[in-house]
Design a protein. Structure first.
Length: 394
C-alpha cells in the first residue's frame, strides 16, 4: 500500500520554517515534493546556525527530508519557463512568500491556472492576502504576541514565548491539511483552487476554549503557569527531586490521586467534593497537594499514580524524551543515510498508517536533483540542461 498522498506532485517554493514544515508533512505521507531553491545559496535556513553537519545546517535538516532540491532562478524568463514546465505536470504550487511576491515573479495563481487549469495554489504568509497587516513581515515571536498566545503562557508578570514555534508550525499544519482537502475536492470536481493561509489566523484558531470562555464571560485570561482554567488539580507539582504533572479531569482520577497521596480524607472534604468545588477552593487545595508531593521523589510517585490510574508523567528534558520507551516504540526518532553526513538522526512521522511502511529520504543537498528532475520529468536534453547551467538559470 502506498502513502496517503502518493501520486501528488507538489512544487514547493517555501523556505524558512512554516512552509517547509507543511511540505515535510506532505512528503512524509508520500507526496512528491520538488523544492525550488533560489540561486546561489538556496533556502536561507541552510545558513541557520549554530549547528552544522558536513556544512549542512541542523535547522534545515530538521524540516526538509523527503524532498528533491532543484536550484532555479525564477527572476529570469528562462528560469520561469522551466518553472512553468514543472507546473504543467504538477498538482500543487506551494509557497510562503509575502503577498505580492508571486505576482512580481509572474508565478501567481492567476498565471499558473492558465498553464494548468487543475493546479492548486497554496500560499502561506504571516497575515494572509488581505487585511491591514497584509504587507507586514512576520516571525513566530510576533505572531505569538499578536495572537494572544504569549498573554496566557508562563507565569504572572513575565510574558513567555512557547518553547516550540507554534505560530509557524500551526501554519504549516493547516496548509498541509488544506492541500490534502483541495486534492480531494479536485478529484470530485476536476477544478483546482487558491488557498490563502495566514499564520496569525492559524494561531488565533488554536485559542479554542480559551477564546470561547472569554466570549461567554468577558473575563480576559492571563498566564496560569501549568494550571488549567477549568480543571483542578491539573498542573505541575514539585517533588523531592524534580517535577511531575497530574491531571484529575474526572472524579475517578481525583479519588485515585487522593489514594496515591495517602490523603483519602480529601474526598470527603466539602470544599473538594467535585471539580466545581475544587476550582472554587483551589487556593486551599493546591498547598495541601504541594506539601504532599514534596515528601517523595518523582520516581517514587509515578508508580503510585499509575497504579491508581491517575493521568500523570514526569516533565522530561529533551534527552529523556528520546529514552522514553513509548517514543522508541512509536519510532519518533529515526535514522537516514545522508550523502555527505552519513547516518543522520531525525524526528519520526507521527502519522502511522496500517500496512504502509515508513520510508524517509534524507534532506537534499542544494540542487541535488536539478538535473534528474529536468531530464527525467521534463525530458530536457543534456545539451539544454548544460546551456541552462552555463547561463546560471539552474
Amino acid at each position: 500500500m502506498q502513502g496517503l498522498l502518493s501520486g501528488a506532485r507538489i512544487i514547493d517554493l517555501s523556505h524558512m520554517l512554516a512552509g517547509p514544515y507543511g511540505s515535510l508533512m506532505m512528503g512524509d505521507l508520500g507526496a512528491e515534493i520538488i523544492k525550488i531553491e533560489p540561486l546561489p545559496d538556496g533556502d536561507p535556513m541552510r545558513a541557520m546556525g549554530p549547528h552544522f553537519l558536513a556544512g549542512e545546517s541542523a535547522y534545515y535538516l530538521s524540516i526538509n527530508r523527503n524532498k528533491q532540491s532543484v536550484a532555479l532562478d525564477l527572476r529570469c524568463a528562462r528560469g520561469r519557463a522551466v518553472f512553468y514546465d514543472l507546473v504543467k505536470v504538477s498538482d500543487v504550487v506551494y509557497d510562503n512568500f509575502r503577498p505580492g511576491v508571486l505576482q512580481k515573479l509572474q508565478c501567481d495563481y492567476a498565471t499558473l491556472k492558465k498553464i494548468n487549469p487543475r493546479i492548486i495554489g497554496c500560499s502561506i504568509s504571516g497575515f494572509g492576502q488581505a487585511g491591514p497587516y497584509r504587507d507586514r513581515p512576520a516571525f513566530d515571536l510576533a505572531l505569538q504576541a499578536l495572537a494572544g498566545a504569549m498573554s496566557i503562557t508562563g507565569n504572572v508578570g513575565a510574558p513567555a514565548r512557547m518553547g516550540i514555534p507554534m505560530g509557524d508550525l500551526a501554519g504549516g499544519m493547516y496548509a498541509a491539511f488544506a492541500v490534502a482537502a483541495a486534492l480531494y475536492q479536485r478529484d470530485k470536481t476536476g477544478a483546482g483552487c487558491c488557498i490563502d493561509i495566514g499564520l496569525m489566523d492559524c494561531l488565533v484558531s488554536l485559542l479554542t476554549y480559551v477564546a470561547q470562555y472569554y466570549f461567554h464571560d468577558g473575563i480576559v485570561p492571563g498566564p496560569m503557569g501549568t494550571a488549567h482554567l477549568s480543571v483542578v488539580p491539573y498542573q505541575a507539582f514539585q517533588t523531592k527531586d524534580g517535577h511531575l504533572v497530574v491531571a484529575a479531569f474526572a472524579e475517578k482520577f481525583w479519588q485515585g490521586l487522593c489514594r496515591a497521596l495517602d490523603l483519602p480524607h480529601l474526598t470527603d472534604d466539602p470544599r473538594f467534593t467535585d471539580n466545581d468545588a475544587r476550582r472554587e477552593h483551589k487556593k486551599d487545595l493546591v498547598p495541601i497537594l504541594t506539601a504532599a508531593f514534596l515528601t517523595r521523589t518523582t520516581d517514587e510517585w509515578l508508580p503510585r499514580l499509575e497504579k491508581e490510574g491517575v493521568p500523570s508523567g514526569p516533565i522530561n528534558t529533551i534527552d529523556r524524551v528520546f529514552c522514553d520507551p513509548q517514543v522508541k516504540a512509536r519510532r519518533m526518532k529515526i535514522e537516514v543515510e545522508h550523502p555527505t553526513i552519513g547516518a543522520l538522526p531525525l524526528l519520526g512521522n507521527p502519522v502511522k498508517v496500517a500496512d504502509v511502511p515508513e520510508e524517509f529520504a534524507p534532506p537534499p543537498l542544494l540542487g541535488q536533483h536539478t538535473e534528474q528532475v529536468l531530464s527525467q520529468l521534463l525530458g530536457y536534453s543534456a545539451e539544454k540542461i548544460a546551456e541552462l547551467r552555463a547561463e546560471k538559470v539552474i
